[in-house]
Design a protein around this ligand. Structure first.
Ligand SMILES: NC(=O)c1ccc[n+]([C@@H]2O[C@H](COP(=O)([O-])OP(=O)(O)OC[C@H]3O[C@@H](n4cnc5c(N)ncnc54)[C@H](O)[C@@H]3O)[C@@H](O)[C@H]2O)c1
Length: 283
C-alpha cells in the first residue's frame, strides 16, 4: 500500500500508526505533478474538501481535481490499474431534486466561491468517463455525501468538527442560517467499506454511485445531539448563510444497496460518540 499526500490538509500523524506496517509506504507528492510508480489499484482522494481549505487557494483546488485526475488517470493507463475517484455530492450543487439519484445532472454555479471545488470535481468525472470511453480504463466513480469521523482536521470549518470542538470548549455553537437546512452524515468506516466494495465490482460497472447515509437531520438537530453527547453547556448562535449553501442534502443510495449490497451501519449518535472521543483526546 502506497499512500501519497502533499499534506496540504492531511498530516503524517494521521497515518503514524501505519508506518511500521511492512506493507505500508508513505510518499510526499502533489498529484498536480505526474507520478511514476507501480500499482494495481488507485484510490484518488487527493483534494481539500472543506470550504475553508479549498477556498484558501481556489486555483490550486481546481488544479488538484483536474490536473490530479489527468495525472492519476495517466498513471492508471500506463500500469493498467483500476482507478476509483472520490467525487462528491457537490456535483449536484443546490439541487431541485430531492433526494438526489445518480441520474440527476445537478444545479451548480460556475462562477461562485464553491465553484473551484464543485466544477473541479465535475470535470474530474468527465475525465474519468472519457478515459473509460477512449482508453477502456477500468474506472469507478463514487459520489460521497458528508462524511465525518476521527482524524478530521479540528479547524477545517466543517459542521461536525466545528460543533464538536465548540461544544468541547464550552463555546457557543455557530449555526449558519436558521439551522433548518438539512444534511445527512456518513461515518467514515461505512464510506471506506463502500469504496472497497465498489473497487471490487466487475469491470463493466463504473458508477457514478452515491455513497452516504440517507438519514437526514437539520443542522439544528445535529447541534443539539452534539451538546447532549458532550454534556456541554454551549448555547446556539446564528450567523448569515454563506453563498451557494445547499438547503437540502440527502443521498439516494438505492444503487449502492443493489449493486454493492451496502448500506450504512453506524448511526449518527454512535458515529458522533466515536468522533467526540477522538477530539476530546486531541484537546
Ligand atoms: N468528507 C466528506 O464529506 C467528503 C464528501 C465528498 C467528497 N469527499 C472527497 O473525499 C476526499 C477526501 O476528503 P476528506 O474529507 O478526507 O478531505 P481532507 O481535506 O481531510 O483530505 C484530503 C487529503 O488530500 C490531500 N491533498 C490535497 N491536495 C493534494 C494534492 N494536490 N496532492 C496530494 N494530496 C493532496 C490532503 O493533504 C489530505 O490528506 C476528497 O477528494 C474529497 O473531495 C469528501
Amino acid at each position: 500500500m502506497l499512500c501519497v499526500d502533499n499534506f496540504f490538509t492531511g498530516s503524517k500523524a494521521n497515518v503514524a500508526h501505519l508506518l511500521k506496517h511492512p506493507h505500508f509506504e508513505l510518499m510526499r507528492h502533489d498529484v498536480t505533478f505526474p507520478l511514476y510508480v507501480e500499482v494495481d489499484e488507485i484510490y484518488n482522494l487527493a483534494c481539500p474538501a472543506s470550504p475553508i481549505h479549498y477556498q484558501f487557494d481556489p486555483v490550486q483546488t481546481t488544479k488538484t481535481s483536474v490536473h490530479g485526475a489527468i495525472n492519476m488517470l495517466g498513471l492508471a493507463k500506463r500500469v493498467k490499474a483500476k482507478i476509483l475517484q472520490a467525487s462528491t455530492s457537490e456535483v449536484y450543487g443546490d439541487p431541485e431534486v430531492h433526494p438526489q439519484p445518480e441520474g440527476y445532472w445537478g444545479r451548480v454555479n460556475t462562477i461562485g466561491p464553491r465553484s473551484c471545488y464543485d466544477e473541479g470535481k465535475r470535470c474530474a468525472e468527465t475525465l474519468f468517463f472519457d478515459y473509460w470511453r477512449q482508453h477502456r480504463l477500468r474506472i469507478k466513480v463514487v459520489r460521497i455525501f458528508n462524511t465525518y469521523g476521527p482524524r478530521m482536521h479540528p479547524n477545517d470549518g466543517r459542521v461536525v468538527s466545528n460543533f464538536v470542538m465548540q461544544a468541547l470548549k464550552g463555546e457557543d455553537i455557530t449555526i449558519y442560517g436558521d439551522g433548518s437546512q438539512t444534511r445527512s452524515f456518513c461515518y467514515v468506516d461505512d464510506l471506506i467499506e463502500a469504496m472497497i466494495r465498489m473497487m471490487a465490482t466487475s469491470d463493466g460497472f463504473t458508477g457514478p454511485i452515491n455513497i452516504g447515509n440517507p438519514q437526514e437531520f437539520t443542522i439544528r438537530e445535529l447541534a443539539e445531539q452534539v451538546i447532549r453527547l458532550t454534556g456541554s453547556q454551549s448555547r446556539l448562535t446564528f450567523k448569515p448563510l454563506p453563498a451557494d449553501d445547499p438547503k437540502q442534502r440527502r443521498p439516494d443510495i438505492g444503487l449502492a444497496k443493489e449493486t454493492l449490497g451496502w448500506s450504512p451501519t453506524i448511526d449518527l449518535a454512535e458515529g458522533l460518540e466515536r468522533t467526540i472521543k477522538y477530539f476530546r483526546g486531541k484537546l
